[in-house]
Design a protein around this ligand. Structure first.
Ligand SMILES: Nc1ncnc2c1ncn2[C@@H]1O[C@H](COP(=O)(O)OP(=O)(O)OP(=O)(O)O)[C@@H](O)[C@H]1O
Length: 545
């Protein structure tokens, strides 16, 4: 067999992807192609040359073995250097009579490295998938029209949380769209900071160019959601503490309804002035909270806020009426005094209060005055139990706080807020509310307004099974029972608290006595051992007028 160079199809041989080296039976190189030169160079820059010994060029070559064994070795791994391994197939070269002429090595350098690259690619791909699925960095891949093709879990979570805050969601959605559009238009990276109400962050958008063709873009989002959630919880705790310490502010009101927004707005206007304020609204609607916010967001915030219940605090009432009647403006301005249940004041004290109101109107008051009533003052006035002049003067700056049933839009956010607080207190873990349950909560009458909403929810949360995450109608048995009891109006049934049963009984007694005495209030009060003003108060409370 002629192993000379000329006997082989030059062009094909040279173009082969594989490196080919032929040696004679002594180990001398007799033939090689271009690829073989490259392989030799990759091994410490060695030069391949004709008639050189194979071990001089490849000191670790195993081709010599084939000369001895005369056996072919297929695709054996051979380490060329620290970084590069190749697959080598070795063949003995025999003539027709089986005589050894030499040996050939076919080195699959391209194939081998492609395989190595492929293995690395697969490894990297898998690794990348794991990283992308687990990273807290939210990202989303969009096509050239701005539609989502792929997003990671961090992005899904981000969108879900954003949905809970409609104001922030609107800002973020608009900004992300803008950034995306800009990237697709300019084919350049666009970076922006986003301030979406409570949720802040930044977005980076890269054009997705494949072989110079714009295929869409990739959005990377950094946000402070976790901090925002923590801040919200902290703010809630602070709000409760402020309410407990009568440190409420206007921002502490949870409101959705236009009517309640109006009441708070009026409160804000009143806070800037020193006029007396008259707060009107049923029990538990938030009168004290609003009075407190007027004080804390007003000029006298560094002075005391004092609550005087005209129905219960007789001594305190007399004390403050005395102190506040003084017109001595040389005295350093004092804090705010909040008189609640003013319809329970006897006429003489009403006159005293009227004088304080007049002093305030003349800017001659030492104290800031805020009064409230949860019963209908007009009826008391018509009956002669409330002074007309006082009524008209107070009316000028009166703020009406609507009952919860008149502002159902406020119920959902209040419920959500109290469930979060309840979760902390009762160890429950409610994260969602079934729509049917929310309907029950929204349609409940809440005679004691916020106080009743909170107490009823607490009652339901305290009885939840461990692990319940969705509040459903079945958990609201307390609400159903309360509704039934109200509908049946049977004072002897149900598991009502004693105070409620006593009130129901009191109502029946007053009603019967009044009927027996032809509606004469003075005689009714006398018969029941009540003062006339107290009777008026109870008639209003039980709506017996
Ligand atoms: N819009 C609101 N957002 C948050 N909390 C509220 C809201 N309205 C009322 N509350 C809370 O409801 C509770 C009852 O409110 P508050 O004592 O001010 O009612 P009130 O009308 O003065 O009641 P009452 O006439 O029975 O004394 C308080 O704990 C208050 O913090």
């Amino acid at each position: 067999m002629d192993l000379s160079y000329q006997s082989i199809e030059q062009s094909i041989f040279q173009e082969l992807k594989e490196a080919v080296i032929l040696i004679d039976k002594h180990g001398k190189i007799v033939c090689y192609n271009q690829q073989a030169k490259v392989v030799a160079q990759s091994q410490h820059n060695r030069e391949l040359s004709m008639h050189a010994h194979i071990l001089d060029v490849f000191p670790k070559s195993e081709l010599m073995r084939v000369l001895q064994t005369k056996k072919a070795e297929i695709r054996k791994l051979f380490r060329l250097n620290d970084k590069l391994s190749v697959h080598v197939s070795r063949f003995p070269l025999l003539d027709n009579a089986g005589e050894l002429l030499g040996a050939a090595a076919i080195i699959q350098q391209d194939g081998a490295s492609a395989e190595t690259n492929w293995q690395i690619d697969e490894y990297i791909q898998e690794g990348m998938q794991t990283v992308l699925q687990n990273t807290s960095q939210a990202f989303v891949i969009l096509n050239e029209h701005g539609f989502t093709i792929l997003q990671n879990p961090a992005h899904e979570k981000f969108l879900l949380t954003l949905q809970k805050d409609s104001a922030a969601e609107a800002v973020w959605k608009q900004k992300l769209e803008e950034v995306c559009k800009k990237t697709l238009q300019t084919r350049r990276m666009v970076e922006e900071k986003i301030r979406g109400e409570s949720i802040e962050g930044s977005v980076k958008c890269l054009p997705n160019l494949i072989d110079g063709v714009l295929k869409g873009c990739i959005l990377f989002i950094d946000h402070n959601l976790e901090q925002a959630e923590l801040r919200k919880k902290l703010e809630q705790s602070r709000r409760i503490i402020r309410a407990l310490e009568t440190q409420s502010r206007f921002k502490d009101f949870t409101i959705n309804s236009a009517r309640m927004k109006m009441a708070v707005q009026q409160g804000k206007i009143a806070a800037d002035m020193d006029y007396p304020v008259f707060l009107r609204g049923a029990a538990g609607t938030g009168k004290k909270m609003l009075a407190n916010a007027i004080h804390n967001d007003g000029k006298r915030k560094y002075q005391a806020f004092t609550v005087v219940d005209c129905l219960k605090d007789e001594e305190k009432l007399a004390d403050y009426l005395g102190r506040m009647s003084s017109k001595d403006i040389s005295i350093h301005p004092q804090g705010t005094v909040y008189f609640k249940n003013i319809t329970a004041l006897p006429l003489t004290q009403q006159m005293q209060l009227h004088q304080i109101v007049l002093n305030s109107q003349e800017n001659a008051a030492v104290y800031r005055l805020i009064v409230s009533s949860d019963v209908n003052v007009e009826t008391a006035m018509i009956e002669g139990a409330f002074q007309k002049e006082l009524y008209y003067d107070l009316l000028q700056t009166s703020i009406h706080i609507p009952a919860l049933k008149e502002r159902k839009e406020d119920i959902a956010p209040l419920v959500e807020e109290w469930i979060q607080i309840g979760n902390e207190e009762y160890g429950s873990c409610i994260t969602s509310i079934d729509p049917a349950a929310m309907e029950v909560l929204q349609n409940f009458p809440y005679n004691n307004n916020f106080k009743e909403l909170r107490a009823s929810l607490e009652h339901s949360l305290a009885k939840l099974d461990r692990g319940t995450t969705t509040l459903s109608v079945s958990h609201l048995a307390f609400f159903a029972n309360a509704t039934n009891n109200q509908e049946e109006s049977n004072p002897e049934t149900g598991d009502k608290p004693l105070s409620e049963l006593v009130e129901e009984y009191e109502k029946v007694i007053i009603k019967k006595t009044m009927a027996a005495l032809d509606g004469n209030k003075t005689l009714t009060a006398k018969k029941l051992g009540l003062s006339v003003r107290n009777l008026y108060y109870k008639l209003e409370k039980y709506q017996l007028n």
